[in-house]
Design a binder for this molecule. Structure first.
Ligand code: DX5
Ligand code: ZN
Length: 251
């Protein structure tokens, strides 16, 4: 049976989040009743960023996904803590999901926490002790995510499934939006969805479109990231609704 939202078994060692503790309760640690959609602002018009973000939030997306790139881990440069802080000021209630594609993510935990990020994902390929870094991220007041590239075997993250709030499976080589989805990573999603407890999300990132969203959801993905499929759509609300396969609220 697919392991989508609300369908994960309870046979797991991961404790349920304490609903009375604001440090452990968040959009990402609560099993969603429908798939969550994260709009990656990498395909937004940076000159009109606040307006772009307001528009996709009003159109129904659940999170804003910020792709942070350092020109070393990936061959591109994008955004950092200053932009995150500006978005936090402009959008006090938005959930800011920061995806670090940098060689030394530990160096930026405090800066992103102070900037107002809600969630911090780092890559397993560049961190020797993911468990310790996840603890630091949580101590700084954010939820923690662990990502793996298409070429990285799922076994690299399996030991840490119980230590993070989100597992990010890259379905393109990180660095740029607008690339083609790689369906060969779907078995990794299936495996991680089996292992993840109810307080841990499985996120797909890269080339996610309405045409392949069902395959992602059926594999057990409960957070779908999309940049070009949302910001490049003529009707962004329809694109977001199609990704999560729920009718728009206005329909
Ligand atoms: C790629 C980034 C993705 C990217 C997705 O390195 O991590 O978040 O922006 O873009 P699309 O949805 O266009 O593939
Ligand atoms: Zn990303």
């Amino acid at each position: 049976m697919p392991a989508g939202p609300g369908r994960r078994g309870s046979a797991t060692s991961t404790p349920a989040p304490d609903a009375t503790d604001p440090m452990t309760q968040s959009l990402l640690t609560t099993p969603p009743t429908r798939p969550l959609v994260a709009a990656s602002i990498l395909s937004a018009d940076f000159a009109n960023l606040a307006a772009e973000c307001r528009e996709v939030l009003a159109a129904g997306c659940d999170l804003l996904h910020l792709d942070v790139m350092d020109g070393h881990f990936v061959p591109n440069l994008t955004m950092g803590p200053a932009l995150t802080a500006s978005l936090r000021r402009a959008l006090p209630d938005a959930v800011l999901d920061v995806h670090l594609m940098v060689e030394d993510p530990a160096a930026f935990v405090d800066a992103f926490a102070e900037a107002g990020a809600d969630h911090f994902t780092f890559h397993v390929e560049v961190v020797d002790e993911p468990r310790r870094l996840a603890e630091r991220i949580r101590a700084a007041g954010m939820t923690a995510g662990l990502a793996l590239n298409p070429a990285t075997p799922v076994e690299a993250v399996e030991p840490f499934v119980g230590d993070v709030d989100l597992l990010l499976v890259m379905s393109v080589q990180p660095g740029f939006s607008g690339q083609a989805f790689r369906p060969e990573v779907l078995p990794k999603v299936r495996r991680l969805a089996e292992l993840a407890g109810p307080a841990t999300r499985v996120q797909m990132d890269g080339g996610v479109k309405p045409a392949n969203a069902a395959a992602c959801r059926d594999a057990g993905c409960d957070v779908l990231v999309a940049a070009s499929a949302i910001f490049g759509a003529a009707d962004r609300a329809a694109a977001i609704a199609a990704l999560r396969n729920h009718a728009p609220a206005t329909a």
